[in-house]
Each structure stands twice: as structure tokens, then as C-alpha cells.
Ligand binder design. Structure first.
Ligand code: BMA
Length: 315
């Protein structure tokens, strides 16, 4: 970003913090990790790992400081299970973790790569070792989904990104039991034309609950003659009616600038699926896939993001 723009995120100097070379078993690439803080303060990343067939699975990495000294599961943590869940035939990808206090468990919402494209799948876990799989909960073409941490008006709420007629917007759906989803509402539309977030947007990490509303970091995909550019923007949604957008920033706030973000299997991609919040309640550690090849981290401030939205919002 040029010097007239305030930097909302600061990349860690050790980036990329995890690569395939760190893995205890042979893998091709590691990227797009979900993140959460365990009760003892350990950072857990649930990483998308692509093997040398091209298929992805999920693998947990744990670190006391969230930056280095990662303890990576010696075997895949969650493998596709196409015998019982045929929708996972081509792998499982891009998880998002939400801790659900009412259930005392973490919801892991991930992409199942079906023969008909990506769909949304759910698994619940207490410890990231044993998982209760729900299988596919939203049919293809749908992805970029995360559960809200508590019920809204008595119902669970899931943000997701179905694709229809070449444009892709963010939607929210509701459920009484986490299995059956409906009452779909359009949450935020991709813009059109030359905009950085024209035609295709999606939730990045799960929304951040703040007293002012749900703070959403979303990605916009700009198609150019050279390929796609994945960048991040900010928006704020009403706490009680999360499909109601209160503010939306016009400019992107983070994009691929560093060599590890611009070069890799899919260059010009910065794709976060998770964050942790430091004990100060404000400092956000954003974990993202860089160029579909490695994992990087950037730090931001929730208050600064809310302030930026106050000054830059569009609605
Ligand atoms: C998106 C997702 C991400 C990926 C990105 C860039 O559609 O599939 O998993 O990081 O494309 O390839």
C-alpha cells in the first residue's frame, strides 16, 4: 500500500511462518489455515495441506506464541472420507473454526470438493483429535462459510458464499439444529465493473464480534488479463440482524505485496481463514495462505479497523 494509506495490518518479520518444508510427512503445499486459541493460550492452526495428488486434507499445528516452534500433528488430523461422505471425493479445504460456548465445542466448517464443485461441510470437535462429522450441509456451488458463535434470535447462523450466474455474494442462513439450513438472506453483494471487489466476494475468517457489530474481513477477487487478485476489505454488520450491513469500506485494506504472496502455485493471493485475539482484546493475529503455497501472519487492531470503517464507509 502506498504511504498515504494507513497500514491496517503489519506482516510478521518471520513470514512465511509455516511452509511444506516444516511438515513431518511429505506434502506439496500448506495454506489457508483456520485458527483458534485453546484454553491454555496455545494457538492452534488447522491448515489446509495439499498432497502430491493435488487433494487437500486438514492438519493441526500448535504453538505457544502463535509464530514459531510449531508442533505439527505427525499424521493428517482430518482426512477426506469419501466412503462415508462421497462429497469429499476431491478433498477438504479452507476450514474456519468457531468456538461455540453453548455446546462447549468448536465448529469446523470447511469446503468439501465434490464432483460438482465446492460445497460446505461441518464437523464438531472438543480437542481437534476427535471429530463428529455432519457431512455436507450446503450443496455446491457454495464455500467460504463460517458459523456465528451463538444463536441469533434462537437460531444458529452461518455465513456462506453460493455462486449463481457467474456472480458470487455473501449470504447468511439460519438453522434450529445445525443440520438443516434455510431462511437465506443476502448479506453483502459483490460490486460491479472495475471495483477491486467486483463480481466475486466471500467471507475470509469468521466474523469478529464487537460492541459495534460483527466486523467482517472479506475477500474480493479482481479478474485481470494476468489472472486473479485476491484482496481484503472490511464491513460491519448489525449484531442482532447480521444480514444488515451497517458500514462497508470502499478500499481494500490488505493485498498481496510480498514475494511470498505474489509467487507460488497461485500468485497474488492472500487468503485468511482465521485469527486469534490477544489477551488485550484488541490485537488481532490474522493467519493467511500466501499464494496457495505457505502460511503467513499479519497483526492488526480491531479498534483501528472500526475507526477506519467510520472514516471510509460507503453506506
Ligand atoms: C479460492 C479458494 C482458495 C484459494 C483461492 C486462490 O477460490 O479456492 O482456496 O486460495 O481460490 O486459488
Amino acid at each position: 500500500m502506498n504511504s498515504q494509506h494507513p497500514e491496517l495490518f503489519h506482516r510478521h518479520k518471520l513470514n512465511p511462518i509455516l511452509t511444506a518444508a516444516d511438515w513431518p510427512y511429505p506434502v506439496h503445499t500448506v495454506f489457508n489455515p483456520a485458527a483458534t486459541l485453546l484454553p491454555d493460550g496455545t494457538t492452534l492452526l488447522l491448515c489446509r495441506v495439499e498432497d502430491r495428488r493435488g487433494l487437500s486434507h486438514l492438519c493441526a499445528a500448535r504453538s505457544a506464541n502463535g509464530v514459531d516452534d510449531w508442533q505439527i500433528d505427525p499424521q493428517p488430523t482430518l482426512l477426506p472420507d469419501p466412503e462415508r461422505y462421497p462429497e469429499e471425493i476431491w478433498g477438504i479445504e479452507d476450514p474456519r473454526i468457531t468456538y461455540v460456548p453453548e455446546l462447549g465445542r468448536y465448529a469446523v466448517v470447511y469446503t468439501a470438493f465434490t464432483r460438482d464443485g465446492p460445497g460446505v461441510a461441518l464437523a464438531m470437535t472438543e480437542d481437534f483429535r476427535h471429530f463428529e462429522r455432519y457431512g455436507l450441509i450446503m450443496s455446491p456451488d457454495d464455500k467460504d462459510a463460517a458459523l456465528l458463535p451463538h444463536r441469533i434470535g434462537g437460531h444458529w447462523a452461518m455465513i456462506h458464499r453460493p455462486v449463481s450466474s457467474a456472480r458470487a455474494h455473501m449470504w447468511i442462513s439460519y438453522s434450529a439444529d445445525l443440520w438443516h439450513w434455510g431462511s437465506d438472506k443476502l448479506m453483502m453483494e459483490a460490486r460491479r465493473g472495475a471495483w477491486w471487489d467486483a463480481n466475486k466476494i466471500g467471507l475470509s475468517p469468521p466474523p469478529i464480534e464487537t460492541p459495534e457489530g460483527w466486523l467482517v474481513i472479506y475477500h474480493g477477487v479482481r479478474h485481470t488479463a494476468a489472472g486473479s487478485l485476491y484482496r481484503l476489505g472490511l464491513a460491519l454488520f448489525d449484531l442482532e440482524t447480521p444480514e444488515r450491513c451497517l458500514k462497508r469500506g470502499d478500499e481494500w485494506v490488505f493485498g498481496p505485496e510480498m514475494p511470498y504472496e505474489q509467487q507460488g502455485d497461485v500468485g497474488y493471493v492472500a487468503f485468511p481463514c482465521g485469527y486469534t485475539i490477544a489477551p488485550d482484546g484488541d490485537t488481532l493475529h490474522l493467519y493467511y495462505g500466501a499464494a496457495d503455497t505457505s502460511i503467513a501472519m499479519a497483526t492488526g487492531s480491531i479498534q483501528t479497523m472500526l475507526h477506519w470503517l467510520d472514516e471510509h464507509h460507503h453506506e
